[in-house]
Design a protein around this ligand. Structure first.
Ligand SMILES: [Zn+2]
Length: 463
């Protein structure tokens, strides 16, 4: 071990989520070249560093990992999110859909910055994001990826394909050639040590079999992820049986696409056999409880997924008007408790584990991120323990899950680099990000010819 390191974080309540789940009341974390080189009791630290942070009034945690989001959806929050369209319906007329279609590269960039800013300030260091591609407007994805790259976050970005649906405008329909060409182009332009470009068959009821298999084949050949939205509603689950005579995940297993590069988004309606297949194949799953509740899709079988050992993380998702990861951890437990009428279901430790190491396992990156362990990337956050929500300290771990909010996030580090410090984003001017997003939205609404319909401020009379 080196005697001199780049960064030392000393004296904080250090929650490692390592294999023994060690917590140091007064711990230390040493970082060199973007990696953790030591972690332990502060009393045992005899290292020197270029920079030393006094964390005696901080909690030190691994950075949070959101296993699913739609940044493009975050931009149209507040419009139409209370209307969800299922398998057979069409979303083409929805205000949020019309807005999305009126977006361009600049609007995607502005909207993604707004959503990422909110996410990073709530402690997220890695996220998976899914975006559909509109024919003739592929550069919209470049706008989103430009913002992701600038943010410094780690990201698995999947380009979502569909070609058999009336759900959205037919301009969303992909051909196999276009999908694979675009995936190659996005990979060449944006993939990096922090960004992975993956393929996505948006959902079974929205793709033909040959497109799904071509996308899975492209991913396999490149050793990157293949993602799908899976069984998020009863209708979506029934569709697989009606069309192919097999439950969705068993069908995907038959087709050889359910493997350790598969990531499934917010499943709710799963059989025991399907859960066993997910676990057996090492597939990752994003549990998105806030979205599940918002669109009333059901309660995910969290207990059964955990018992089977499925690689399970938490996802912010859209519709979910918030990018607050604390809210997500809290709701991940509470919805299960009320569903099972069992106040002992889960624990704050489980929620923290799902939000860190669980997300890393879902993204098949647990050797790289998800805990504070020697050799892993130095992705961590500091919470300010002087804030009211984290006190009294007797229940500090449960306070993190049940009481804390992004207001307690003091610093966010990715690969040893401070992205947020003192609660402020260091790579972006926060005011400028907000103003630009709002300015761009006026243009998008004008292009969508929505005028005043765009964001009904309230259903109440306005004076
Ligand atoms: Zn989703």
């Amino acid at each position: 071990m080196p005697e001199h390191v780049d960064l030392l974080v000393r004296g904080g309540l250090t929650i490692t989520v390592d294999p023994e789940r060690r917590v140091f009341r007064r711990g230390y974390l040493a970082v060199k070249d973007g990696r953790i080189v030591a972690v332990g009791r502060d009393a045992d630290c005899d290292l020197t560093a270029d920079e030393t942070i006094d964390a005696s009034e901080r909690v030190v945690l691994p950075g949070f990992i959101s296993a699913h989001s739609h940044l493009i959806g975050g931009y149209v929050r507040g419009v139409g999110a209370d209307r969800f369209v299922n398998v057979g319906g069409s979303a083409a007329a929805m205000i949020s859909t019309r807005l999305r279609q009126a977006m361009d590269e600049a609007a995607c960039y502005a909207g993604a910055r707004l959503a990422i800013l909110e996410m990073q300030k709530s402690g997220v260091t890695t996220f998976a994001d899914s975006q559909p591609a509109l024919a003739g407007k592929e550069e919209m994805l470049d706008g989103t990826l430009h913002a992701i790259t600038e943010s410094g976050a780690r990201c698995l970005f999947t380009r979502a394909s569909q070609n058999r649906t009336d759900f959205l405008d037919p301009r969303y329909h992909d051909s196999i050639d276009r999908a694979l060409e675009e995936l190659d182009r996005l990979t060449a332009r944006w993939s990096s040590d922090r960004i992975e470009i993956g393929a996505e068959a948006q959902a079974l009821h929205r793709v033909e079999e040959d497109l799904l298999k071509a996308l899975a084949g492209w991913s396999r050949a490149r050793g990157v992820h293949f993602a799908m939205h899976i069984s998020y509603s009863r209708e979506a689950a029934e569709h697989a049986v009606e069309r192919f005579g097999r439950p969705l995940l068993l069908l995907l297993d038959d087709w050889g696409v359910l493997d350790s590069r598969f990531l499934g988004f917010h499943p709710v309606w799963l059989s025991g056999e399907e859960i066993a297949a997910l676990a057996r194949r090492g597939a990752g799953v994003a549990y998105c409880p806030v979205d599940n509740m918002l669109i009333a899709s059901g309660v995910a079988p969290l207990g059964a997924l955990l018992e089977a050992g499925v690689r399970l993380g938490l996802g912010i998702d859209q519709p979910n008007d918030s990018h607050n990861f604390f809210e997500l951890m809290k709701v991940s437990l509470l919805v299960q408790r009320v569903h099972h009428l069992d106040p002992s279901f889960g624990s704050p430790e489980l929620a923290i584990e799902l939000g860190t190491l669980g997300g890393a396992r879902a993204l098949h990156r647990e050797t790289e991120i998800g805990s504070l362990e020697v050799g892993k990337a130095a992705d961590f956050i500091l919470l300010d323990t002087r804030r009211p929500a984290l006190n009294p300290p007797t229940g500090r771990l449960s306070n993190i899950v049940l009481a804390a909010s992004p207001a307690e996030v003091e610093s966010v580090y990715v690969a040893g680099e401070a992205i947020v410090r003192g609660g402020r984003h260091l790579r972006w001017d926060e005011e400028e990000v907000v103003l630009e997003a709002n300015r761009m939205m006026v243009q998008v609404a004008a292009r969508a010819e929505l005028g005043d319909e765009v964001a009904p401020f309230t259903r109440w009379p306005v004076w």
